[in-house]
Write a protein that binds this ligand. Structure first.
Ligand SMILES: C[S@@+](CC[C@H](N)C(=O)[O-])C[C@H]1O[C@@H](n2cnc3c(N)ncnc32)[C@H](O)[C@@H]1O
Length: 284
């Protein structure tokens, strides 16, 4: 296997022309804005993949990606190399604390099953965190059996495959509260598997946020979209967030990453007060 550090030295030179060409493609297809500072990241990521395929020229590889079915298959593979998929369970404690308060109220406001969406869910940790929190709250707050569903969407098929499997290295799970581990995971050698009862409440599907208009998601009680918009241009972030907000049910909440959207407003939403998390409530 080619290691990233070995390949940095051997990566062919990425000309300005090739850099701009790739920059344009990543923005057009994924919304990713690759600044000059991330040039070496792009160079390394492309070079590693090119070497696996036997390409020595960035523009030849680009033409291959743009051509026919083989190009499309290769594009799906390249997505994993050029996106940042870092994530963890209950990643943003302030946002989850706000979410817990919101869900505790929401459980008593609606009688239908709660519907939650984790946008740009990567390998599923955020999606399962939301599912654990909701399952926990429903057990505590409701005397009847209440159903709920959490959908995780991402553009990366490989990340979604990991999410669907629901098997995580022990060190990622062992940071969680013991009570959650006992209730929602079963230990295996060096890893943990998400319990089937939790997996039943969760589904993962591929969705590019540039194509939100095609998505059937609507009437959501909670939409979570963190650590993805930071890679997009400011106008695009606002466009996406406005599209997400339309899909909230009345009284629903949209949670974003702190500082990921600035100067954005919609008449039917109110910012949830607080400096430590960024969330908006849709009017009832
Ligand atoms: C850093 S991860 C964030 C994961 C999780 N939301 C969290 O906060 O821990 C960003 C994710 O956004 C996804 N992504 C990037 N561009 C996307 C796009 N155009 N449509 C959908 N997902 C995208 C990546 O594949 C990646 O899994």
């Amino acid at each position: 296997m080619v290691t990233q550090s070995a390949s940095v030295h051997q990566a062919p030179e990425l000309s300005d022309r090739a850099f701009f060409t790739w920059q344009e493609l990543l923005e057009e297809r994924l919304g990713l804005q690759l600044s000059e500072q991330r040039r070496s990241f792009l160079k390394t990521s492309l070079a590693i993949r090119m070497r696996e395929l036997g390409f020595t020229d960035y523009l030849d590889y680009y033409r291959y990606i743009r051509s026919g079915d083989a190009g499309l298959i290769e594009w799906n593979c390249l997505i994993d190399r050029v996106t940042v998929q870092e994530t963890r369970f209950f990643r943003d404690p302030a946002a989850f604390a706000l979410t817990r308060d919101f869900l505790t109220r929401r459980v008593h406001e609606v009688t239908r099953p709660l519907s939650i969406w984790s946008v740009g869910c990567s390998t599923g940790e955020e999606t399962y965190s939301l599912a654990m929190m909701t399952a926990d709250l429903l057990r505590r707050e409701s005397d009847q059996i209440r159903h709920f569903g959490v959908t995780g969407t991402d553009v990366s098929s490989r990340a979604l495959e990991t999410a669907r499997q629901g098997v995580y290295p022990a060190r990622r799970v062992e940071m969680l509260d013991k009570r959650l581990i006992e209730r929602f995971f079963s230990p295996q050698v060096g890893q943990y598997r998400v319990a089937p009862a939790l997996q039943e409440r969760v589904c993962f599907t591929r969705l590019n946020v540039l194509e939100l208009a095609r998505s059937p998601m609507k009437e959501l009680d909670l939409i979570y979209c963190q650590n993805m918009l930071i890679y997009f241009r400011k106008w695009r972030r606002k466009e996406i967030v406005s599209e997400l907000a339309k899909r909230l049910a009345k009284g629903g909440m949209l949670v974003l990453g702190l500082g990921e959207v600035v100067d954005w407003k919609m008449p039917e939403l109110t910012r949830v007060p607080g400096e430590r998390a960024l969330a908006y409530l849709k009017h009832k």
